[in-house]
Design a protein around this ligand. Structure first.
Ligand code: UDP
Length: 392
């Protein structure tokens, strides 16, 4: 009988990298079970008839400051250099986001703009990245006035749509992702490595899992092969105790039958429209204060094809409802203190299963970017492979 040293649940970036590392570094035989009918999880993409890569589950832009992650992925893909630019529609104008000194110039009369910019530079220094929640606590009344403006016009409406709550009820890490920049750098990310995989994320993940020791079964829900044993202390694979490693990248609450209640996740509905490009000046325009959608992304910009037939995507946020029959997916953990406390209960529970590793956005209830996901998978693979697997 063919046996496995590890079973990975989920063929997204986290699961794929974990499987590849276990197979190539430790020589493990790895089975990946993926319930969807495709690889690459939420960074799955496909080319349309005009050769434009459409990101089915929302725009994914690769960026990292970690040379290790960049070098690793570069073994599986060529890249199209791309630096993401985002505008926000504020007071009827399109201004650069993250909100920066150029945004200030675009929105305020020259004297006021100069005053704000000078204060920011004095207080934080050139190129500083200031989380909005921190800026709101500044002792200077004028800086607080600017902070309140940015909070109201950039963060409040967007967060209400995206998360269903005010920004100050969220973990500061969430709004801290898009700080106020004391800079004239109009790029969305300042990381040294920024690019789009030349043939797409799906092709990159195909190459990652293309290894003689890795078997992938798509369209295969976990329950078809793998269950918790009746005591909840380990796993059964096709009815037999499985003593290899189980790496789980799905929703942690689902793994335990929602025993402590459902963990809240946010979802999105996407609307695609064919357009003649360039339809908007930059790849993404955010609408904090208008419409039911948060942002519109025009895909051609990612791959230098913004002239000609193009596709735009509108993102409509909503709560993820595990019982609903619609096809919505959990995309984001909803970071509040109460939800993180609930997650900790599940995590404790998981710690009671010696051969279980939780990995990725849904299993670790963490707002990982793609590079974080890859980095964590690389680290965890090194740890997991130290274990001596007993074969199934
Ligand atoms: N955000 C906001 N207004 C914006 C952009 C971002 O309020 O115009 C806040 C919002 O809470 C959002 C978070 O910052 O969910 C993170 O934004 P990011 O662009 O990183 O979101 P992602 O691309 O991961 O959906």
């Amino acid at each position: 009988m063919f046996s496995y040293d590890a079973i990975v649940l989920g063929a997204g970036l986290s699961g794929a990298v974990m499987a590849q590392r276990l197979a190539s570094l430790a020589g493990w035989r790895v089975l990946i079970l993926e319930q969807r009918d495709h690889l690459a999880g939420n960074c799955h993409d496909e080319s349309n008839s005009d050769g434009i890569l459409i990101h089915r589950y929302g725009p994914h832009i690769f960026h990292t400051d970690k040379a290790e992650v960049w070098d690793y992925l570069s073994g599986f893909t060529d890249w199209i250099p791309y630096e993401h630019r985002v505008h926000g529609r504020i007071d009827g104008k399109l201004v650069p986001l993250p909100f920066n000194l150029n945004s200030i110039d675009a929105l305020f009369p020259p004297d006021q703009a100069q005053q704000y910019s000078q204060l920011l530079l004095q207080e934080y220094g050139a190129e500083a990245r200031v989380p909005i929640l921190l800026l709101r606590q500044n002792a200077d009344a004028l800086l607080r006035q600017l902070a309140d403006y940015v909070y109201d016009k950039v963060f409040r409406g967007y967060s209400l749509k995206q998360w269903g709550i005010d920004p100050d009820q969220l973990d500061p890490e969430v709004t801290g992702r898009v700080p106020v920049l004391v800079s004239r750098d109009n790029r969305y990310f300042q990381d040294p490595y920024q690019a789009i995989p030349a043939e797409g994320y799906t092709r990159m993940v195909e190459r990652i899992v293309d290894h003689p020791l890795i078997e992938v079964r798509l369209g295969t829900p976990m329950r078809r092969h793998l269950q918790l044993n009746p005591h909840g202390t380990g796993f059964l694979f096709d009815g037999m105790p499985f003593t290899g490693q189980v790496i789980y990248t799905g929703m942690i609450d689902a793994l335990f039958g929602f025993e402590f209640g459902a963990l809240p996740y946010r979802s999105l509905r996407f609307e695609l429209e064919q357009v003649s490009g360039p339809w908007q000046p930059v790849a993404t325009v955010n609408y904090p204060n208008e419409h039911d959608f948060t942002r519109i992304t025009e895909f051609g910009h990612f791959v230098g094809k913004a002239n000609g037939p193009d596709v735009i995507m509108r993102e409509f946020p909503m709560a993820y409802d595990v019982d609903s029959n619609d096809s919505s997916m959990p995309y984001y953990p909803l970071f509040t203190q109460a939800n993180q406390a609930l997650f900790e209960r599940y995590k404790q529970h998981a710690a009671g299963i010696a051969n279980l590793t939780l990995l990725g956005r849904l299993a670790e209830y963490k707002y990982y970017d793609m590079d974080d996901a890859v980095y964590k998978a690389m680290q965890m693979a090194a740890e997991v492979s130290e274990w001596s697997p007993t074969q199934a």
